[in-house]
Design a protein around this ligand. Structure first.
Ligand SMILES: NC(=O)c1ccc[n+]([C@@H]2O[C@H](COP(=O)([O-])OP(=O)(O)OC[C@H]3O[C@@H](n4cnc5c(N)ncnc54)[C@H](O)[C@@H]3O)[C@@H](O)[C@H]2O)c1
Length: 520
């Protein structure tokens, strides 16, 4: 009888954060439980799993408090014969106070963990849009610069955005301070491992101290949001268990977890964050996804499509989107290499025609060189890795990667055919795209390295990548003044590898051949 009653009562869920006090009515055929308890949940002072629950019994509205720990109630629930002793003279009622979901208060204070190329822009744009932002980084210099109102990385519009939100933006090296915010975005690096998967190490290190602080404070309802790219399945199988262990609670009940990657391009991060086409949210539970959606509705300047799904779906969606773009770029490279073997063809005209078909579209259908940077090549390979892990192949992703490498080899062969072994070649544009200094896996870097290895003298230039900010540049003679190309000197060929529009205006000495796969 008692057990039946318990299961009936257990259906009365008491939302935790929403209610300080709630009356629960029981109608039961079992006359002995015709009582009305008032349940007061007191979160905050104790570690989440020991949050105390006060049960007041109705005795003509005389309150008789009994305080039981959450853990004790949980044990009780599991026990077939409850050992709860009712106050004298009362039949007892067990009230389930273990809610299934979290309910969030409006989130105004956020923390951003990792203030690099992406994180610093997220912190600055959220502060500009009216949120109180705490930035956290292990790098003291980045923290100092943010606190001095200076950008910690080079990115257009970042300095101005930091200034606009300065009074709401502060940075620290102490992760534990983030517990005072409602939501933490995690954007540390997630470097690739040799097999194509991404490491979880940086995310684990960034999340662990905050989870420990959540436990210490007995906080419920902290929202952990992972922005760094992860290997599909890693959030649920690696990050979530660590958080549950450290917090001593259950994900989706005691804290929330979302995977929320950004689709930005370096050089346009600020506007890309504020006005995206889509916001992708992978959620541990609907309440956590809804809380993050609410934050974005306040943050975005436009009204992007908000795509909510399971965490693993979002992990797969993130890398698939980038993989699809790499497929488009590799298609243009494949076509360009074929078209070059047909005299009289104009690849730009061909792609322009193909891209005008609305089923295809013009974006990323521009003749040029291989794709590079920190995201496209790695995300595409990660998709192929994820497929292999599940025992299937991803031939399209693998082909994009192969064509991309072929495009680099093809460029080298083309350049070699244009010069003598003793000639000096200028490689112009070492960054992977305009408006950034990042040279990772760029076409220009690949060409300069191949030429140097083959014994050519190589001079390099870029409008963003310089010896001060791009270590790979040190390998080559750097041309500080692009105007020097007007004189010529030993340079016999200039190859434009990155479509910085400024190259269009450069005057070259008559002795220099200029080769540009890009239509500037
Ligand atoms: N840069 C991009 O274009 C881009 C685009 C989409 C996604 N992402 C993803 O965002 C993540 C970050 O990329 P990024 O380019 O900003 O990297 P980044 O290297 O520029 O910045 C990472 C920052 O994290 C800090 N950091 C490292 N460990 C930390 C810790 N334990 N606690 C706090 N801070 C820590 C570093 O000091 C650094 O400032 C990566 O996972 C990447 O996949 C980047």
């Amino acid at each position: 009888m008692l057990e039946r009653h318990i299961s009936r009562v257990a259906k009365c869920r008491i939302p935790y954060a929403k209610t300080d006090s709630e009356r629960v009515q029981f109608s039961s055929s079992h006359e002995s439980v015709a009582v009305t308890p008032v349940v007061v949940v007191m979160p905050g002072k104790h570690p989440a799993r020991q949050t105390r629950t006060r049960i007041f019994w109705n005795r003509g509205w005389e309150k008789v408090p009994q305080i039981y720990s959450f853990a004790w109630l949980a044990r009780l629930e599991a026990s077939p014969i409850p050992r709860l002793t009712p106050p004298d003279g009362l039949r007892y009622v067990l009230v389930k106070v273990n809610p299934k979901t979290i309910s969030y208060r409006p989130i105004q204070k956020i923390s951003v963990i990792g203030l690099g190329k992406l994180g610093s822009c997220i912190a600055a744009t959220f502060a500009e849009r009216g949120f109180d932002v705490l930035g956290v980084d292990i790098d003291a210099e980045k923290v100092r610069r943010i606190n001095d109102g200076l950008p910690p990385v080079e990115e257009p519009l970042l300095a101005r955005t930091i200034t606009a939100g300065r009074k709401r933006l502060r940075a620290t090296q102490d992760h534990r301070e983030a517990v005072a915010t409602g939501l933490s975005f995690f954007i540390p690096p997630s470097s690739s491992l040799p097999d194509g998967s991404f490491t979880n190490e940086f995310l684990l290190r960034a999340m662990q101290p905050i989870a420990a602080a959540v436990r210490e404070k007995g906080k419920r309802g902290h929202l952990f949001v992972c922005n760094s790219t992860t290997t599909p399945g890693a959030v649920d199988s690696v990050l979530k268990p660590m958080l549950e262990r450290e917090i001593g609670g259950v994900c989706g009940r005691d804290f929330g977890l979302c995977y929320n990657p950004e689709f930005i391009a370096l050089g346009n991060v600020v506007n890309g964050l504020l006005e995206p086409d889509m916001v992708l949210i992978g959620e541990s539970d609907p309440a956590s996804g809804a809380a993050l959606e609410k934050v974005y509705k306040k943050f975005n300047r436009n009204k992007p499509y908000i795509a909510r799904m399971s965490i693993v779906s979002a992990e797969l969606a993130k890398i698939s989107l980038n993989s699809y773009i790499t497929m488009k770029i590799s298609f243009t490279n494949q076509l360009r290499i074929i078209a070059e073997r047909f005299p009289g063809t104009d690849i730009h005209a061909i792609l322009d025609a193909i891209g005008s078909d609305s089923r295809i579209g013009r974006k990323y259908l521009r003749a040029g060189l291989s794709y590079g940077g920190p995201c496209f090549p790695r995300d595409n390979r990660l998709l192929a890795y994820s497929a292999r892990q599940k025992g299937v192949e991803a031939p399209m992703a693998e082909a994009s990667d192969r064509v991309n490498q072929l495009a680099n080899v093809d460029l080298f062969q083309t350049v070699k055919a244009m010069v003598k072994p003793t000639d000096t070649v200028a490689v112009l544009g070492l960054s992977y795209k305009p408006d950034t200094y990042i040279t990772e896996e760029s076409a220009g870097l690949a060409l300069a390295q191949q030429l140097k290895r083959a014994g050519y003298r190589v001079v390099v230039h870029d409008f963003g990548a310089k010896p001060e900010n791009a270590p790979s540049v040190h390998e080559f003679e750097y041309l500080h003044d692009i105007a020097a190309l007007r004189q010529g000197g030993d340079i016999k060929l200039a190859v434009i590898c990155c479509p910085w529009p400024q190259y269009h205006k450069v005057k070259f000495a008559t002795g220099i051949k200029v080769f540009s796969p890009w239509k500037l």
